[in-house]
Design a protein around this ligand. Structure first.
Ligand SMILES: C[S@@+](CC[C@H](N)C(=O)[O-])C[C@H]1O[C@@H](n2cnc3c(N)ncnc32)[C@H](O)[C@@H]1O
Length: 277
């Protein structure tokens, strides 16, 4: 018997917490067709890279991320060559990492900052993206033997990016301004597991329960305007309550729950599809 052909997905060029690369199989079949796919929580753009819409609007609240996408879209190969120069064995040491992290935090040169953001993503601890209160990037050195330079993935991104507009803005702006004919895939920072239906006060990665509710409300409003919205989140009573007008699909995801990745367990996730009545 021949094995069924496995579809190979395009990998994002950035490491990103909560990236959807490993659950594309569950997400993609749920996305309705449309003229433009809007992703208000872009992250590493795993869904953008693996769909085939005529146009895209990609946005995120993180200005460093969106700047990198805009520059890679515009410049392509010269930027890839420039960024590659940072990936040397000389730069893969604690001392050089902290020096380059400082340079990133002080630089006002947009192209240098974009290349350094990629360097920090691949050399920093776990590919995390974290800032202190003064908005200084503060992730420690990652100690990787030989950080990968994602040349092939960046070329692919540059090519696909010609169909996209990249904007740095809050999800409320992106969703409320969505034009007719769009489809929205929203992947917010998740609510913590074990949340009850009535919990109100929490903020995870700066994203509050109030924002989770606001997202569900404006998804409902967009659906009433004829724009379908698909949202990912953890399967908790709180999420089921705020997504009650959506069609829900549940699936299990393998999760690493320890820093060294040796301890794993399954977490249940939901996809909520908000469609017109
Ligand atoms: C779970 S990640 C998205 C992951 C993405 N789907 C992927 O495949 O990599 C959530 C994203 O939401 C962004 N974000 C957090 N708060 C936001 C807000 N208020 N408006 C827009 N984006 C926000 C974060 O910067 C982060 O990139």
């Amino acid at each position: 018997m021949t094995k069924p052909q496995q579809r190979r997905f395009n990998r994002p060029f950035l490491k990103w917490a909560g990236n959807k690369y490993r659950v594309l199989k569950q997400i993609l079949p749920q996305l309705p067709p449309g003229e433009c796919l809007i992703e208000p929580f872009a992250g590493s753009c795993a869904v953008f890279l693996n769909t085939d819409y005529p146009r895209y609007l990609i946005s995120d609240i993180n200005p460093d991320l969106i700047r990198l996408y805009q520059i890679l879209k515009q410049e392509g190969e010269p930027f890839i060559r420039y960024a590659r120069k940072l990936f040397t064995s000389h730069n893969n040491s604690e001392e050089r990492y902290y020096r380059l992290r400082g340079r990133f935090n002080d630089s006002s040169d947009e192209v240098e900052k974009a290349a350094l953001f990629l360097y920090l993503n691949r050399h920093g601890y776990n590919g995390l993206c974290r800032y202190n209160n003064a908005h200084q990037f503060n992730v420690p050195f990652g100690r990787y033997r030989r950080p990968y330079f994602p040349q092939r993935e960046m070329r692919q991104f540059h090519h696909k990016a010609q169909l996209a507009q990249f904007l740095c803005q809050d999800f409320t702006t992106t969703i409320s301004q969505a034009p007719a004919g769009s489809v929205i895939y929203a992947d917010p920072p998740y609510v913590p597991l074990n949340t009850t239906a009535s919990f109100t006060s929490y903020s995870s990665g700066g994203f509050t329960s109030g924002q989770q509710k606001r997202l569900a409300e404006i998804a409902e409003q967009a659906a009433q305007r004829g724009i379908p919205v698909l949202i990912s989140n953890h399967d908790t009573p709180f999420v089921r309550e705020i997504y009650r007008s959506a069609t829900l699909t549940k699936f299990k995801v393998r999760r690493s729950i320890s820093c060294n990745g040796q301890q794993r367990n399954d977490a249940a996730e939901l996809l909520g599809l908000f469609t017109p009545d």
